[in-house]
Design a protein around this ligand. Sequence first.
Ligand code: ADP
Length: 449
Amino acid sequence: MFNKILIANRGEIAVRIIRACKEMGIASVAVYSEADREAMHTRLADQAVCIGPAPSNLSYLNIPAIMAAAEITDAEAIHPGYGFLAENAEFADIVQTSGYTWIGPSPESMRIMGDKVSAKNKMREAGVPLVPGSDGAVTDLEDAKRIAHKAGYPVIIKASAGGGGRGMKVVHSDPALASAISMCQSEAAAAFGNDMVFIEKFLEEPRHIEVQVLGDTHGNIVHLFERECSMQRKNQKVLEEAPSPFVDEKTRKAICDAGVAAAAAVNYVGAGTIEFLMNPDKSFYFIEMNTRIQVEHPVTEWISGVDLIEWQIRVANGEKLAFKQSDIKMKGHAIECRINAEHPFKFTPSPGTISLYHAPGGRSVRMDSAIYSGYSIPPFYDSMIGKVITHARDRQKCIRRMQRAIDELAIIGITTNQELHRRLLANAAFQSGDFNIHFLERWLKEMNA
Ligand code: ADP
């Protein structure tokens, strides 16, 4: 096993990885920006190296500084967490060619899946269902019209290199098509340096269901069931759960098998997520693969009993998965609420100093965060400051447990979105499982009206 791992990240995910290293007897190296001198990950790791000023492009995205930190600390492997450089195939390449182990999939699988058009081509070959639309990039307006008519309006124009919910446009009729395509192209060129766009049918009332997969270097790939992440605002997930309250046994088998087929098509190694949209009739379509650990991984850990970060590290070290698909059993229900430093209904960011922090506890409650009493949240990074995760034998009990955990959580000195979670957990549609990806935004609009 590795003696030492460098964690190229910050916040709760860096802390999560440091904790796994400690439990595995592996030394950890944190990297931090000047704004993160007092951060939890800087304090918890065995060693910490400053890699630059506060802005991410000068620190957490600064590849030469991170590689220098690995060299001076004699780290053997690099874990990228999520965000920052986690899906940057060039970084993975540099890590490997510099003689370190990359805790993630091969740069080759990252490249295929990182581009939506090439990912969809690969999925078509593998027989994974795709949203009807263009077979590849669209450049010609007449072509685009033909495709839109065949799929039927509304359609969505998406940037092949897009991510984080950016570079997408919904179009309802022919006259709007040309300008939407050119807008999407120029936005994508500016944001991602690649103006390739494609067309998909816009599914009107879908749910977001994703499948967690885990592969080793010996050709074994298993799934760890699905997660439902339909509670979104501006394409950002707010609350996730596993299993999905909408998915029955037959659909579960079909979507999880599709997830494994998708991962196998790119010889996937490590933890990855295949995202699908599911229609009310339970038909489902691949939208993209995230080639990294995800924020919402704890809900899967809880229902499957598998420590995903530990297994990312083990398979990166060449170990075989110690379980077969038939060994993995789903147990109970898990929910995650993302805690953001922002106004619960206006969504304005609220950085500042936490004068007092009290984490919820008790049976089957997990708090993953990087905050503490007296900690000042820097204004430079993501507003997500932690995650409350609960587990119970069934969904209803899990919701009750989450309600009492959210009530117990005290973060004084800044504004958080706790009140949003409190109201959402009490909402009848949420409680009955009757919602889709538009639910949260429509509900917020009603509340503000
Ligand atoms: P990103 O990489 O930016 O996250 P995705 O392809 O994963 O882009 O899409 C993000 C979100 O956009 C989805 O979760 C869904 O809410 C919406 N979306 C994407 N494609 C479609 C589609 N064909 N129909 C309806 N909604 C879509």
